[in-house]
Design a protein around this ligand. Sequence first.
Ligand code: DQA
Length: 145
Amino acid sequence: MVVHIVHGINLGQLGTRQPEIYGNLRLEDQIPILQTWLDAHFGGTELRSFQSDDEGALCAYLAQYDGSESVFLINPGAFTHSSIALRDAVATLTSPIIEVHLSHTYARESFRRASLLAPYTRGTISGLGWMGYRLAIEGLVGEVG
Ligand code: DQA
């Protein structure tokens, strides 16, 4: 099984982007930490990370790896609230997918309360920072494993 961690627009700037909201940790530092945790708890499970500011590249990535060997965790960034294309790509998936947000989107601006993708996901975790990623992975691996 492969756990795909997919990040959308502006999330390549984690660490320096609004640290008071998103924290000081960079995506490229956090992925190996998640891989170590995954190895300790779910040995043999591969983690792959993909980040893009390009809506089309995100849709293509999901389509490319969809299938019985894959589970997806997605933090689409602002595409959550705007992308019909990503919504359609998520609706097409056969693999399980969970939406994760670092910040508590329901406690922020009202436009962040709406997710176009959420109806097609197994669930959403919001506001728990990087801990939310571990919880989502547990949910995904538990569902398939
Ligand atoms: C985010 C929340 C979104 O509303 C925002 O546009 C982001 C980050 C989060 O992880 O909290 O880019 O997805």
